[in-house]
Each structure stands twice: as structure tokens, then as C-alpha cells.
Design a protein around this ligand. Structure first.
Ligand code: SF4
Length: 366
């Protein structure tokens, strides 16, 4: 897998999706030393299960462990810390990590009880987990989701779980963006496998999951987050730590040069309509057999429009889904290649939320 590759797979079975990604990566090419220490860093920011949209699906962790052990890698650990005020051990327990640890003989490291080494980048001194610093190969398993302070969270911010609680507090006092960028200069993931199955609409602690049934793999955390931002409908300027990390040399934001490899097509399994705060966004849509990746992107696009008070301008509902294949109706507008027979249609399969926003804005300007 090259540094500029972004490999995507769609589906709802995290186990087989993870395996498909790993098989396309050539892990032995990336990590020839079978004795290398490998840390898996999921997101267990709070002690809730993955259906909340907050935490990494444990099936992904299990699938990676099985794959690595089959290939002869045996020095694997799972490393994480919950946010300040929450217990990592509860997060491990709620998500079945104690059983995973026992079954596969993989230790759990709670960073809250780890020793730390002080590192300074860009004038910011932080205490970083010694386990993480000593790890040969770090596999980050972030959830792509909204965040109330930084707009979104993915690979770059997932590294915050490798800090002492004191440094996490410091990061908040400094506004998060600059320190997150600096942290990724100290240590960035060597491989990122993003859980984008049902990340939360706008809060890192979950509660409003939006099903997108998608996972993707990257090696460059900055590129990974640039891509993730576009999927959620954010411009880079909306998430300042991404460009800050690029300026510090942690990676590139240049999606033009990215090599996006799609392993399979999105499927039209029945979409779980958004619940809770996200539910009302569905009123602006006219779905018919929409793939969840497509529909989830549309929900994120509508959310972004709401945030800039543009939702009230939406004059007609947005058609979406495979049910529109072959439908010719000049009075309707839709997103995705399936709606190409409508009066106005945005190509793509699925289109990104960032492109949907532009399309809907232009539609409303007509
Ligand atoms: S364009 Fe059609 S087939 Fe493609 S993701 Fe959207 S609904 Fe599915």
C-alpha cells in the first residue's frame, strides 16, 4: 500500500470488510519484521458500544488480530485511554475487550496507568504514552464522526488517547487544533483503518449514529482526515488541525494526488433512517432504495447546510437511491448516479457530502 492510497470498502459486516482491507494492503510489505511490536489503538472515548456511533466496532479489532496472528505477528497489544473523567477499563469491559484479550493473548494497555515521556513540538510540551512511543507499528482505528469542538474527529485526533489526562486537559486549554497537529508530529499512526460504519452526526460521545456502512484504510493521517472531512461535508478550513498538521510536516491534504481505490460497490441494504437529532434532516430527502453510504453522506450534507442556516432555503426534497434508476422526471432533483434521469442530478456513486452541499446550494439558487 502506497502512502497516497485510500482504500475503501462498503458493507455492513465489519469482520469481512476489515479482512478485505487488510488483504489489499500487503501488510508484510509494510512490516517485514514478524517480531515487531504492534499496537492497535481503537477509539473508546466513552464506555458505550459501537452502535452509539462513538466507539470502534470491536469486530474490527478481532479481525485485525486474527489476520496478523495468521501472518505470524504475535507481539500485539491494544492501547487506549478514555477521555478525562471516564474509565478506559469500563470502555474495554463494555465492548468485550477483556474476552478478546484473553482469547487471543493480546494485552490491554490503559494509557491512564502507563508511564509517559515528555515531548515538545511547536512549543507545546505533552506527556505521551511510553507504550505508544516504544511501539514499532501503530494501527489507529478511529471512528469518523462529528465533534462539537473540532467539527470532526478521525485519525489525527484519535492520537489524543495516547496522552496523559494532564496533557489532554492542556490540549483543551490550547483550543485542541494546534496541539493535535503537534502530537501527530511526535507520533502518527503507521496505518489507519477507519470505522466509518455509523459515526455520530455531531458528537464524539455518540447518540446520533448515521449509518454509512463504509470503512477505509490510509497510511497518511493528514490525507485520511482530509478525505474524511470531505465525506462529512467539511471544507479543510472547517477543521483547522488538518492543515496545521500538514504545515508541521505530518502529511498531505492534497486529495488531488490521492489514489482512491474502491474495493466494491455500495449495497442497497435497507437504510436505517437517522434517529434523534438527525431524524428531522430526513424530511428534506426522498429516498428510494438508497445505499447507506449515499444516504449517510446526504444527511451529513444537510447537517452542514443547517449549521450555516441554509437548510431553510431547500425548496425541494432531494431524491436519492437505486429506485430512481431509469426514472425520467424533469421536475425532480437528486444525488448519485442512480438519479441521472431527473431534471437535475449530481453524479457519483456515492457522491461525497462536500459535493452534495455545492449541488444543493446551486439548486436552491435556481
Ligand atoms: S448512486 Fe445509487 S448505487 Fe451509488 S451509492 Fe448512491 S444509491 Fe447506491
Amino acid at each position: 500500500m502506497k502512502k497516497e492510497d485510500i482504500i475503501i470498502t462498503y458493507g455492513s459486516d465489519a469482520t469481512s470488510m476489515t479482512r478485505a482491507l487488510l488483504q489489499s494492503i500487503d501488510i508484510e510489505g509494510l512490516l517485514p519484521d514478524k517480531h515487531a511490536s504492534i499496537a492497535l489503538k481503537p477509539n473508546l472515548v466513552v464506555a458505550v458500544t459501537a452502535d452509539s456511533g462513538a466507539t470502534t466496532h470491536p469486530e474490527i479489532v478481532v479481525s485485525i488480530i486474527e489476520f496478523l496472528q495468521e501472518k505470524g505477528y504475535h507481539s500485539i497489544s491494544i492501547v487506549e485511554s478514555a477521555w478525562v473523567g471516564d474509565s478506559t477499563k469500563d470502555g474495554f469491559r463494555v465492548n468485550g475487550y477483556n474476552q478478546i484479550s484473553k482469547k487471543y493473548n493480546v494485552p490491554l494497555v490503559d494509557v491512564k496507568g502507563d508511564s509517559y515521556e515528555k515531548k515538545t513540538v511547536d512549543g507545546i510540551t505533552m506527556e505521551v504514552s511510553q507504550t505508544i512511543l516504544n511501539t514499532d507499528f501503530l494501527i489507529s482505528l478511529p471512528v469518523l464522526k462529528g465533534h462539537c469542538q473540532t467539527a470532526m474527529t478521525c485519525a489525527l485526533k484519535n492520537m489524543k488517547g495516547c496522552l496523559s489526562d494532564r496533557s489532554k486537559r492542556l490540549f483543551h486549554s490550547l483550543g485542541l487544533h494546534r496541539p493535535i497537529a503537534a502530537l501527530n508530529v511526535v507520533r502518527a499512526a503507521d496505518l489507519i483503518i477507519v470505522d466509518s460504519l455509523n459515526g455520530d452526526l455531531d458528537f464524539e460521545e455518540g447518540g446520533n449514529p448515521v449509518e454509512t456502512n463504509r470503512m477505509f484504510a490510509c497510511r497518511d493521517s493528514v490525507l485520511c482526515d482530509s478525505f474524511g472531512a470531505s465525506l462529512l461535508g467539511f471544507e479543510l478550513r472547517d477543521v483547522p488541525y488538518i492543515e496545521m498538521a500538514e504545515h508541521l510536516g505530518a502529511g498531505t491534504t492534497d486529495l488531488e494526488k490521492a489514489n482512491v481505490i474502491q474495493l466494491n460497490e455500495p449495497s442497497d441494504e435497507p437504510v436505517v433512517r437517522p434517529t434523534g437529532r438527525a431524524n428531522y434532516l430526513g424530511r428534506y430527502t426522498e429516498p428510494d432504495s438508497a445505499c447507506s453510504a449515499c444516504y449517510g453522506n446526504l444527511i451529513h450534507a444537510l447537517k452542514r447546510l443547517e449549521e450555516v442556516d441554509r437548510l431553510k432555503n431547500v425548496k425541494r426534497n432531494i431524491c436519492i437511491g437505486q429506485g430512481y434508476k431509469g426514472v425520467k422526471d424533469p421536475s425532480k432533483a437528486g444525488v448519485g448516479i442512480c438519479t441521472k434521469g431527473l431534471g437535475k442530478s449530481l453524479p457519483g456513486c456515492p457522491p461525497k457530502a462536500i459535493d452534495m452541499i455545492k449541488f444543493i446550494k446551486e439548486l436552491n439558487a435556481d
